[in-house]
Write a new protein. Sequence first.
Length: 253
Amino acid sequence: MDIREIKAIDSHLHFEHFPKYDNEMQVSDQETIWKVARAANVDKLFISVLEAVENTEVVESENDYLWNLSQELDYLYQWVVIDPRNENTFLQAKRMLGNGKCVGIKLHPKGHNYTLAEFGDKIFSFASDFGAIVQIHPEDSATWILPYADKYPDVTFIVAHMCSWLGRAYADAIEQAKHGNVWTDTSGMASFYNQGIEYVVNRVGADKILYGSDGYAAGFQRGRIEYAQISDEDKAKILRYNAEKLFAKTLGK
Ligand SMILES: [Zn+2]
């Protein structure tokens, strides 16, 4: 198997809907993001719009925008963003989950300035009704998700940004989840640590790790996985096959 030939699925990234172009090195409009992804042999992008995770004012309009765009662009799939203080975002999620090209719910407590202690039960009891997959930006070391993962077995929790905070907590959370419903993704810079991916794979295997770039140099992140000191089979799972399995319902349409 030649790992370089595997078309990867980028499960976690953002683009700017209204690019400011104030720093030409950090351009992240939709076309640039797709160009960078294609160069790294990525064929599917699971997106939430950057503005929607940073600004609670535009969550609704960006959810609608991305829903429409995902109908137009083959490669583009959508995370629907929920702000737990905005009931309309629950209604949007209700409409979108399990339909079209919506892969699940995106939560960014930090960007939206709330905590799971306040809103976790409200969000996850809703997600549970749909058996939803939830991608969440961690508020703390990854094991902070365990009380919710154990309470809501029908929800799949992807704790993003593997190896960040207390890095080994990602392996702890995957290992300790009573229902095996905690996953992670490689997005972010912490997975660049020399033994980050290796540590997690050695502890808990590769079956619950997804490739994600967060929209930063997809090829750089892909290279980290291609040259990791793990088996080719595990690399292939992380780059593509785990996502194919987890999101089979949506991808199969
Ligand atoms: Zn993100």
